[in-house]
Design a protein around this ligand. Structure first.
Ligand SMILES: C[S@@+](CC[C@H](N)C(=O)[O-])C[C@H]1O[C@@H](n2cnc3c(N)ncnc32)[C@H](O)[C@@H]1O
Length: 245
């Protein structure tokens, strides 16, 4: 699966559109054209820093690409679509308890924190350092207490978390068929009668993403398509517990 790959330098995106980036260098000539100076191109891992603008906030997000973090390293398009959705819908997180699953860089949870939420940002242990770094870069010190970063492996750790979340968020976390039953178990545990889940997904046929939404989720939840980005093939679902109906 391919993320919206970006070159290894800092650039600024507003609502997903590139607003400014480093000026391109003149095209290399001779040997330099064959052996570029950019040694990072050959390294296993390279860091990248990207700025995004949503809801009047500029977020500086570090992404540590490489084998160690794997899919947790980049900002995936589904995360940006969810952030844009918050902006369009003017979603209000003030005083709300929020949890993000499979946060990767933490961009979604960080935006929810800046929009007033009391947010728990979770992922597998390997991603927590990157998320913590991004939290510290973007959340002012006086609000850091509203952005906790915790390990939560689906199907394993959820019992340690309460069921009192107003919002449960996930961007591009429906992509590994084997994990679907564990993800459902975690969602069932976290989702109380007053919770709203927002899941933003690239609808990949090869990963049976539609099976998750059309066959598995409806067994326990009521869900509706809240938004679709036709060009990116990304759907955002608003999901609630069946206990509500
Ligand atoms: C495709 S990435 C999406 C990252 C981020 N939400 C985004 O959209 O930019 C999937 C994320 O799910 C996390 N993940 C995968 N399996 C998981 C599991 N069993 N429990 C918890 N998180 C998991 C990965 O570590 C990764 O951060």
């Amino acid at each position: 699966m391919a993320a919206s790959r970006q070159p290894p330098f800092c650039h600024v995106e507003f609502g997903g559109a590139v607003a400014a980036r480093e000026p391109p260098e003149a095209a290399p000539e001779g040997l330099e054209a064959v052996f570029p100076r950019e040694v990072g191109l050959f390294a296993d891992a390279f860091p990248e820093e990207t700025r995004y603008g949503f809801c009047g906030h500029v977020l500086t997000i570090a992404q540590h690409h490489g084998a160690r973090l794997g899919v947790a390293a980049p900002v995936w398009e589904a995360a940006l679509t969810l952030c844009k959705y918050f902006e369009k819908q003017k979603l209000n997180f003030w005083g709300k308890k929020v949890i993000e699953l499979g946060a990767g860089t933490g961009i979604v949870g960080i935006l929810a924190t800046l929009l007033g939420g009391d947010v728990t940002i979770t992922d597998l242990p390997l991603a927590l350092e990157q998320i913590q770094e991004n939290v510290h870069r973007n959340v002012p010190a006086e609000h850091l207490a509203r952005a906790r970063v915790c390990a939560l492996a689906w199907g394993l750790d959820h019992e340690e978390f309460l069921r009192d979340y107003d919002f449960i968020l996930g961007a591009d976390i429906v992509y590994l068929k084997d994990t679907y039953p564990m993800l459902i178990r975690t969602l069932r545990h976290l989702c109380g009668p007053h919770s709203t889940i927002y899941l933003s997904s690239k609808m990949r046929q090869e990963h049976s993403t539609a099976v998750f939404y059309e066959a598995l989720l409806p067994l326990h939840f009521t869900s509706e398509l809240a938004y679709r980005d036709e060009n990116e093939n990304i759907n955002i679902y608003r999901v609630t517990s069946k206990q509500n109906s």
